[in-house]
Design a protein around this ligand. Structure first.
Ligand code: ATP
Length: 365
């Protein structure tokens, strides 16, 4: 990834029939970056992608591609290429002819077309499939053809609109890795759309989290997961326990809040005043659970009762009701040799979390 900007979105809004679906979007995308637009269905991800590709024009604002204002430029003059969820391959053409299509449309001489098509097919590991028709390929192979057909044109930016969503779980995982490797090898900017947070976190250099037509956070996968900027980001990316509380005192720049009957002290990063409402967020995997035999000093722990447990192979997930009545979700890595990870319904447990791993946010609304 370089520091050079390849796409710049400045104050872009989009309305359909007087309904605002994107509101004043600002976003700068770097050359060679793997950037993911992540958000729930209907938040405007595809609309933003379609405006970059030129299939839609913004209602307001400007999009610059490689430094040039793209206003009015048709899709084929933007040096961007879109890979759709449906692959959109030509069924009557062979794999090679599908991949060659864009080159031939652009008048590239035949003696150049052949080696470029072969190179693109090699890249997606389909060098022996050139003579097949799309219907003779699996879903994953068809997806690779769609990617080869896009990269053969050497676009500046590849736009991928939920390209893996119709693949089964295993193939999807494999394709995620292959796409990431391909992106690194090619050095092309990928703008990837998904509503799958795990996919976004595992593939991207940066994630753009969207909600109801606005960007709620831009950051690295770790930033958006570990330091969510607001409640909607925290809730959308992973599970989270939410405690609503008040700032009871402030001493030496640190706030004290009461969480389910126990005081906790944190740096005052949000400039809270005494009495302000605050949210304290704790991820389930940050909570440690102990059975009664495992602990001697319980002074800084919460007591609870196991209300539900789910064995998931690699993890065991619990729902624990605290004495206060609050129910907490916890996740622990499962170890078949560790008897303390075998729970029964109604079992009494103690729990706590590492001080400092919480996210503190101002109360919203
Ligand atoms: P999904 O993950 O379900 O694909 P998305 O985040 O990509 O959702 P968009 O497809 O961008 O969302 O749609 C955002 C909003 O804009 C939706 O309310 C949708 O109904 C509306 N919309 C999109 N295209 C049009 C259109 N051509 N005419 C009218 N409304 C549209």
């Amino acid at each position: 990834m370089s520091d050079k900007t390849v796409v710049e979105i400045k104050g872009v809004s989009k309305s359909f029939n007087d309904q605002d679906v994107l509101k004043c979007i600002d976003l700068t995308i770097k050359h060679g970056e793997f950037l993911t637009l992540l958000g729930p269905s209907g938040c405007g991800k595809t609309t933003l992608l379609r405006m970059i590709s030129g299939f839609e024009e913004p209602t307001n604002g400007d999009i610059y591609i490689d430094g040039k204002n793209a206003k009015g430029l048709p899709p084929h003059e933007r040096h961007v290429h879109t890979v759709f969820q449906s692959y959109a391959l030509f069924p009557h053409m062979t794999v090679s002819d599908n991949v060659a299509f864009g080159l031939r449309c652009n008048g590239i001489p035949e003696n150049e077309v052949k080696p470029r098509v072969e190179e693109a097919l090699r890249m997606v590991k389909l060098e022996n499939f050139g003579n097949r028709k799309p219907a003779q390929l699996s879903g994953g192979q068809q997806q690779r053809v769609a990617i080869a057909r896009a990269v053969v044109n050497r676009p500046l930016v590849l736009l991928l609109d939920e390209p893996l969503s119709s693949l089964d779980y295993r193939l999807r995982k494999t394709m995620q890795m292959e796409l990431r490797q391909l992106q690194r090898k090619l050095g092309i900017t990928f703008i990837f759309v998904t509503h799958d947070q795990e996919e976004a976190l595992s593939m991207s250099d940066r994630v753009v989290v969207m909600s109801e037509g606005v960007i709620t956070q831009i950051g690295t996968p770790r930033q958006v997961y570990e330091e969510p900027a607001c409640l909607s980001v925290a809730k959308f990316i992973g599970e989270v326990n939410i405690f609503e509380t008040n700032v009871s005192s402030i001493t030496d720049g640190k706030i004290t809040v009461n969480i389910e009957g126990m005081p906790h002290t944190y740096p005052n990063k949000h400039n809270f005043s005494v009495g302000d409402k605050a949210l304290v967020l704790v991820r389930p995997e940050d909570v440690r659970v102990y059975d009664s035999n495992e602990v001697t000093d319980t002074s800084n722990m919460y007591r609870g009762i196991v209300e539900d447990f789910t064995y998931k192979g690699t993890t065991v997930d619990l729902m624990v009701r605290l004495d206060s009545g609050k129910v907490l979700a916890t996740t622990e890595f499962f170890d078949e040799d560790d008897d303390s990870l075998v729970y029964t319904l109604g079992e009494k447990v103690w729990l706590h979390w590492v001080n400092g791993w919480e996210v503190i946010l101002p109360h919203e609304g």
